[in-house]
Write a protein that binds this ligand. Structure first.
Ligand code: PLP
Length: 446
């Protein structure tokens, strides 16, 4: 018999990423020659702009193949600090920046640097309670596991679908306890596809002003992918993004997370960064120390690509953003026309997150009972060959939803929505479950 290898509790209890699982399933089906429409991917379908690729290719050809400083190449950090000062109004220098293997790892390093696991309890004594991290939900699937890996407790704060999934200052105030150590704010949001207005963020900021020990982690990875109302007056006028790190009352305890993946179509490069000017960069030094024992620096010849993207990437970002804006309007129109499906208008990132609970308790055309977002997504994939991500892993309040990514062509959106509508028409929503209210549009909520 083979020896049994023990796996840690930490890893055994960990849930695999739901979004990566859907993506892997779609790729396997495509490889097997199945005609499947994938709305699962959380990455732009565009290739990385040529000038950015060239910057890395030239650095590779010139022999930038050795270890680099753990915190990141100084020139790339300076370019990031310059971008954050100019575009986001965050007072910082290159010393306050850490470059890591994706925004995901920056968040992981931040949480590991901020949180202590509860002290081990003496036998028979109740252990100390964990520090809490407030998580407005629906939220990206990786926040909760990363909070828990750091020994913290995720406290979900559900945003109402009628309010574009945004939490209110009163809700935040009620959620803060003596154990609150941090909050994670993600705007524009994955999976919601909606975003907070600057005024809404300032209002949340005012609640946080009173508690100087709470760290604010703001994940701004989708900041460049924001869309306006496709109205006659202004077809694609973007909304405004606000960085909480630019507010003087909060700046010292904000950790801003961003990266190259989404805005520059560089998901596979694995480049993200964190900025934390507070306490003279103490958090960045802690995160750097940790990174030094984990991954060291990112791939050395990628640093010049960061500088190229930040200094000369704006036109390409705008080209991709405006394509996403058209897709956002298209998918919103098609999904809103589906009977029983309620969907806030997408205003940022590249997702829609409709409520499909009107179909709970019904039978899909292949005979499968739909009783959850997961069974809805499974039946949709099996019977109509359309892949969406079920809402369960985005938080308790997301159980009635599925996520569709519109990082795919307009033709794919049209065909996927055609298949989905046809499949839904064969089901008939349960009348009692049809959500009564259409959510407000972003324009009304602003
Ligand atoms: N934050 C959010 C909200 C995301 O959706 C993602 C990726 O899906 C990330 C962070 C991490 O991106 P990366 O690690 O590619 O920089």
């Amino acid at each position: 018999m083979l020896p049994h290898m023990h796996l840690s509790q930490r890893v055994t209890a960990l849930k695999p990423s739901a979004t990566l699982a859907v993506d892997a399933k779609v790729k396997a089906l495509l490889t097997a020659g199945v005609d499947v429409i994938g709305f699962g991917a959380g990455e732009p379908d565009f290739d990385t702009p040529e000038n950015i690729k060239q910057a890395a290719a030239q650095a590779l050809a010139a022999g930038r193949t050795k270890y680099a400083p753990t915190q990141g190449d100084p020139e790339a950090r300076a370019a990031i600090a310059d971008k954050l000062r100019r575009e986001n109004g965050i007072e910082c220098t290159a010393d306050h920046i850490l470059i890591s293997v994706g925004g995901k790892h920056s968040i992981y390093l931040a949480l590991q640097s901020l949180l202590d696991p509860p002290a081990p309890a003496a036998p028979h004594a109740p252990g100390a309670k964990p520090q809490q991290v407030i998580l407005p939900t629906p939220a990206w699937v990786s926040y909760r596991p990363m909070i828990e890996l750091a020994g913290g407790e995720a406290v979900e704060l559900p945003g109402a679908v009628e309010n574009d999934f945004k939490i209110t200052p009163a809700q935040l105030e009620r959620a803060i306890t003596s154990r609150t150590a941090a909050i994670i704010i993600n705007s524009p949001s994955n999976p919601c596809g909606t975003m907070y207005s600057p005024d809404e963020l300032r209002a949340l900021g005012r609640v946080l002003e009173a508690r100087e020990d709470i760290v604010i982690i703001t994940d701004e990875i989708y900041e460049k992918l924001i869309y306006g109302e496709p109205s006659a007056v202004s077809p694609l006028a973007p909304l405004k993004h606000l960085s909480l790190g630019s507010l003087p009352a909060l700046a010292q305890r904000v950790i801003t997370i961003n990266g190259m993946s989404k805005a520059y179509a560089m998901t596979g490069w694995r480049i993200g960064y964190a900025c934390a000017p507070g306490s003279n960069g103490a958090v960045i030094r802690a995160m750097t120390k940790l990174q030094g024992q984990m991954t060291s620096n990112i791939t050395s010849f990628c640093y010049p690509a960061i500088v190229e993207a930040l200094k000369h990437g704006a036109a390409e970002v705008e080209r991709m953003r405006s394509a996403f804006a058209k897709r956002a309007a298209l998918i919103y129109e098609l999904i809103s026309a589906m009977p029983g499906v309620v969907c806030p208008r997408p205003t940022g990132a590249f997702y829609v997150f409709p409520d499909i609970s009107a179909y709970f308790g019904c039978q899909a055309r292949g005979g499968k009972t739909i009783d959850s977002a997961l069974s809805f997504a499974e039946a949709l994939l099996d019977e109509a060959r359309v892949a969406v991500v079920p809402g369960e892993d985005f938080g308790e309040c997301a159980r009635n939803h599925v996520r569709l990514s519109f990082a795919c062509s307009e033709k794919t959106i049209e065909e996927g929505c055609r298949r989905m509508s046809e499949w839904l028409r064969a089901i008939k929503p349960a009348a009692a479950a049809v959500p009564k209210r259409k959510p407000q549009m972003q324009a009304d909520a602003r």
